[in-house]
Design a protein around this ligand. Structure first.
Ligand SMILES: NC(=O)c1ccc[n+]([C@@H]2O[C@H](COP(=O)([O-])OP(=O)(O)OC[C@H]3O[C@@H](n4cnc5c(N)ncnc54)[C@H](OP(=O)(O)O)[C@@H]3O)[C@@H](O)[C@H]2O)c1
Length: 356
């Protein structure tokens, strides 16, 4: 492989910064083969900001919502050279560099590299397609809900409550709607709901700030953290014997009474739970499969009808900020400590330079 010099955002001590890097891996390492991916659009995720703050548990994948072009790949992946792909951060790689960059170096066995690169179907808009990764996690959550409810013999005939109107909660609500289920999206702060309604990201009947409503058979918690306050709200919204699906961020040791909620989420367990005055079932959802990515990209590329809500329009309307690579470090550093509404995406319009 040729050596490339490229611009990349790294972070240290709570600050994101732009640096000039050289490709380090030439495909001959014992660590595995190398794919060079040239990102075109990269989404900013809550977990990127956690990495900047040094508060991410379990994984490191700074800049993982990537839609890009495969610039170079080993012979076993020759069919992917030049293809537009969505990066799947879940397959285990030996090494990867920051995704907020003109180039990303991915090092692993060819099977793992192939698993991490999901070819984008023609017709999916580039910018919305970058939401394919969080959408795949939302699809996985809904599929997991459907599987658990089928096991329990409690079909989704009544509306599902989704708690947390951030990007994840909105995409989970949007997936439920796109698949023909009813849902109500709750958030404690009214500005998040207003943001969604002002942009027409969701139909107005779906959004709700009154957290005093009760009695949903199925509740999904999708906030940035499964904090005691939001756990309490979710359990309060549940009908006796209902099912709480846990998607929200958890940390090792987090508990809900007797339940180890971090283990339940990360290992996708289903356990019976009880709080004073209520019995319920808690199930976890974690990550996404290739099938979830494929379904997410299919949903994003479905034709839209003027005047009718669609998931593709929802994804597009969630994008609140568009940044060039050079502008992104300041945004990432600020957003890591302050709040934000909607999705920020980084457009990478210039390429790396190359030396034989
Ligand atoms: N299970 C999985 O497979 C999976 C996959 C991807 C992500 N996740 C998790 O999903 C979470 C949500 O991601 P996102 O992109 O939707 O984030 P986001 O947009 O930042 O989420 C905003 C939501 O989180 C709430 N929130 C903000 N700060 C909070 C805090 N300190 N404690 C409790 N709630 C807080 C907000 O409530 P207010 O408006 O009231 O502040 C709002 O409802 C991520 O943190 C990640 O851990 C899970």
């Amino acid at each position: 492989m040729n050596t490339h010099t490229y611009q990349r955002i790294d972070h240290a001590d709570g600050l994101a910064f732009l640096t000039t890097a050289q490709t380090r891996y030439d495909g001959s390492e014992s660590e595995g083969e190398t794919v060079l991916l040239a990102p075109r659009v990269v989404g900013v995720c809550r977990s990127d900001l956690r990495e900047i703050r040094g508060e991410r548990f379990g994984r490191r994948d700074f800049g993982h919502e990537i839609l890009g072009t495969v610039l170079d790949a080993p012979q076993a992946l020759a069919d992917l050279r030049g293809r537009t792909v969505l990066f799947d951060p879940h397959p285990l790689l030996r090494h990867r560099t920051s995704g907020f960059a003109q180039l990303v170096e991915l090092v692993a066995e060819p099977t793992q590299l192939r698993a991490a690169l999901v070819p984008a179907p023609p017709g999916v808009p580039t910018e919305s397609a970058v939401l394919g990764e969080p959408l795949a996690c939302a699809v996985h959550c809904v599929r997991r809900l459907l599987a658990v409810t089928e096991d329990r013999g409690t079909p989704l005939s009544s509306p599902v409550a989704v708690v947390g109107a951030g990007i994840a909660g909105t995409l989970i609500a949007a997936t439920l709607l796109a698949l023909g289920y009813r849902c109500t999206l709750f958030n404690r702060r009214a500005d998040r709901i207003r943001f969604l309604l002002d942009r027409g990201a969701l139909p107005s009947k779906v959004a709700e700030t009154d957290l005093s409503r009760t009695s949903f058979e199925h509740v999904i918690l999708a906030t940035a953290h499964a904090s005691p306050g939001y756990l309490d709200t979710s359990v309060r919204l549940l009908a006796e014997g209902g099912l709480l699906m846990l998607f929200a961020g958890t940390r090792p040791g987090d508990r809900l009474y007797d339940l180890d909620i971090d283990q339940i989420r990360r290992h996708e367990l289903t356990q019976a739970g009880a709080v004073p005055g209520k019995l319920f079932t808690l199930a976890g959802t974690y990550g996404a499969t290739r099938a979830d990515f494929t379904e997410a990209l299919t949903l994003l590329s479905a034709p839209t009808t003027a005047g009718q809500w669609s998931l593709a329009d929802c994804a597009h309307r969630l994008i609140a900020r568009r940044l060039e690579l050079s502008e992104a470090p300041a945004y990432l550093t600020a957003a890591a400590t302050s709040g934000y509404l909607g999705k920020a995406v980084v457009h990478i319009t210039t390429g790396p330079s190359e030396r034989q």
